[in-house]
Design a protein around this ligand. Sequence first.
Ligand code: F6R
Length: 704
Amino acid sequence: MCGIFGYINYLVEKDRKFIVDTLLNGLSRLEYRGYDSAGMAVDGNKKNEVFAFKEVGKVAKLKELIEQSATDMTKTFESHAGISHTRWATHGTPPPSELPPSPNSTDSILIHSSDPLWEFSVVHNGIITNYKELKALLETKGFRFETETDTECIAKLAKYLYDQHPDIEFTVLAKAVIKELEGAFGLLMKSVHYPHEVIAARKGSPLVIGVKTSKKMKVDFVDVEYSEDGVLSAEQASQNVAAKKSATSLLAPPDKSLLHRSQSRAFLSDDGIPQPAEFFLSSDPSAIVEHTKKVLYLEDDDIAHIHEGQLNIHRLTKDDGTSNVRAIQTIELELQEIMKGKFDHFMQKEIFEQPESVVNTMRGRLDVANKRVTLGGLRQYISTIRRCRRIIFIACGTSYHSCMAVRGIFEELTEIPIAVELASDFLDRQAPVFRDDTCVFVSQSGETADSLMALRYCLERGALTVGVVNVVGSSISLLTHCGVHINAGPEIGVASTKAYTSQFVAMVMFALSLSEDRASKQKRREEIMEGLGQISEQFKQILKLNDPIKDLCAKFFKNQKSLLLLGRGAQFPTALEGALKIKEISYLHCEAVMSGELKHGVLALVDENLPIIMILTRDSLFTKSLNAYQQVIARGGRPIVICNHDDPEFSSALTEKIDVPKTVDCLQGLLNVIPLQLISYWLAVGEGLNVDFPRNLAKSVTVE
Ligand code: F6R
């Protein structure tokens, strides 16, 4: 949800067009995250001037706005810092009312530094939960707010503190500001008072820094600098508390002599002189990879300062238990992985990528020939998990459905009690968690606020935590004790597809690892491993149904108001996942019902008009599922059936069916979900909807 992108060039001459295009391009790579407006701040023509551009709608509209503004794009900058964002309104309606009018100009898009808001320019992801208190406080200091955004209070707070101490260093000021902010956020700040410098801070919302230097870096890490006495003295801290209570005084920034400034060793030449460098800051590495493969992931509470070709990382508190270096890593991601290629939509591309993405999930982990599973990220913890009192899976949305889908096989193979929880409900109930519980957090993005809060809740209670995450370097992957990266590759489409199948496969491998010591389960384990070995080929067969499924959607589901999806046992989670996909992409009301529950009420809905899809692949519950099918037929219903190839039960030419291959019962959901993904896709395309940007949804839900 929302994206931020920054570009800093130091001793690398660039014209304004290059800088603006780099920022716009970065934003367009982040579009998939969902947003409703976009903006950027770059240096103006004169010293102490900033040009800020904001526009409601897509990045393309922001580009148009900049083009129409007649800004001189040829002006060159030897060093420059630009910041930009795509914004998702979390409170209040989106701009244009938020575009602050320029007091000094009739041009509403160029806002000069004499407007206090733009002495400090800030972009941020996430939410500042105490912004109302800060706003009230700043209003008592004479500040007038032009917008309803929480971001504005950050810029104004910086301005207020700066005015009191105009000789303050940027990092000291930033620490004093950030110390005051509550909530979960990632932010970038620039200021006319600190030309060519940027502050990047992370607290619960991801931030990655890409680094490009012409010479090899001296070391591949950046030292973390701790304030010797924290940011605030005791007296200052109490002032701070008092300020919050009485709204009469703000903290005084600490004495800057308390701070020591280390050298950012990676970026200096042999004679200690900074080298030409470019820095790319983003909420997501996918916006960086086309510029550089060298990245550094900030950790929560890191405050990065980029200045004079150097990168320094500061912490608010001393000895807070985090590592004292941040590694500069090389990412494997390729640009084409985040491009649509021959597909019309990312969602379509990702559905069709599944034969490869599941192989990537299993690569180097599943050895079918020797019937072995090795999950490196869990190896040290497997015996502890085997002894735990219960395993609690905690997730949201699609990730929750993948947990539901593997619950049965975990129970069967491990014989450990299993609970599956929606993160929000788990937190609402303040569910009991104990030290001998293992809590598994499943998340594509690794940044979902509800899951992240549930993770913190479980950590506080001493449970062992495991992450099953796609995005490397995400908060959940950093905060959990151990885990598995599902390696599905970047998932850009808002509707999660390949992450679901890869989570499913990763968790089945987890269950296989846990049961390795159980001789009684060996035959079953081998059967599952063989099944996993064939999944990719079976996906390819199902994807050949693309055209018939497209026709089926046009024939049966056009102009329908609602749809019922029935499944039982392990296929109920498949039905839930299919229904979620259909709802979120095509906006058609779709309800998943456990077919055993049909007779307890839902049957009243069934008649010859209601479109119904029934999952009727063969497993131990097949006879019972067939019973539900007969009940539907008896009420005049004409369900479309997802069944195994050549099932004699559905041989009648009158039965509308989608044939899928057969696999081991506990893996059948992996195959059955694919026709449902395709149905949701073609339903939405048929309605002319924007599949990759469904209304009201964002890719990564970083708010509660
Ligand atoms: C549905 C979808 C959402 C996410 C949910 C959790 O297609 O994408 O339901 O599954 O918001 O997101 P992650 O897995 O990133 O925690």
